[in-house]
Design a protein around this ligand. Sequence first.
Ligand SMILES: Nc1nc2c(c(=O)[nH]1)N[C@@H](CN(C=O)c1ccc(C(=O)N[C@@H](CCC(=O)O)C(=O)O)cc1)CN2
Length: 280
Amino acid sequence: MSKHYILLADCKDEIGITSLISTIIKDTNSNIFHLDHYTDVQENENHLYLRIEFDKNDEVKSLLEKELTTKNINFQIFDAEEKVKTALLVSKEDHALSEIILRANRQEFPIEISCVISNHENNRKFVEDLGIPFHHVKVTKETKRESEDEITRICESYDVDLLVLAKYMQILSEVFVERHHLKIINIHHSFLPSFIGANPYKQAYTRGVKLIGATSHYVTEDLDAGPIIEQDVVRVNHRHSAQDMKHTGRHVESQVLARAVQWHCEHKVIVNGNKTVVFT
Ligand SMILES: Nc1nc2c(c(=O)[nH]1)N[C@@H](CN(C=O)c1ccc(C(=O)N[C@@H](CCC(=O)O)C(=O)O)cc1)CN2
């Protein structure tokens, strides 16, 4: 049984919104454990973002739903302990996949790995030995649409609410991305917006960079251009080949994706246009 709820809300900023919402919670005799808010100051109007963790009881959720709906406040209310059903999509590389699976097995955050879907077979044994269903969905240029439909069917069969691209190296169609709107998190192996697309380490090597990085973002139809959730970097030097950079980059890719997925599952992320507000 969940101990408390998490409210994520955003609206046109006005004096008293935070007080209004905290009073609704108080009036149902629910205690607030954590409250964070941020005002995005813009030229024409300010926008308020809120995250509140509070006691679960029989009336607080329905009262909030009633009151916030009448006030044009965008909001979602989550059971804090309810696990986010997640499908992991992977191609050949296993480092990001294994990081998420191992953290899920340690129950580090509320996630349930429902299945792994891959366009290659090489990760099947690793995944099935951990008792996780593995689905191979072959992808070719000619069958891309059919393979995406199959991926959707598999996700729906597990009632999945989040898709994580753990080095899934296929560009997803606009139709697929819209069908899973803001429910797909990717790890891109560069410090975006540098080196978009395939082979970022080769691009980095050619450019002679002294830092390589990784970026986790929500997937949109525009390649590697979705709202950024988390990023990090690691130093390299003239002795690093492109292959050395790829190997060094694995660690930062895994850590960045894990933090992004954790914050999403802990309901700490609100999308603000093509940016995010992350209440860490
Ligand atoms: N619609 C989107 N789809 C995907 C995104 C995205 O941001 N929007 N991110 C990628 C991941 N990725 C970089 O992080 C990436 C993966 C693959 C490619 C690519 O050129 N793939 C080729 C096939 C390559 C192969 O078969 O080995 C292709 O799809 O034609 C570029 C970037 C995941 N999808």
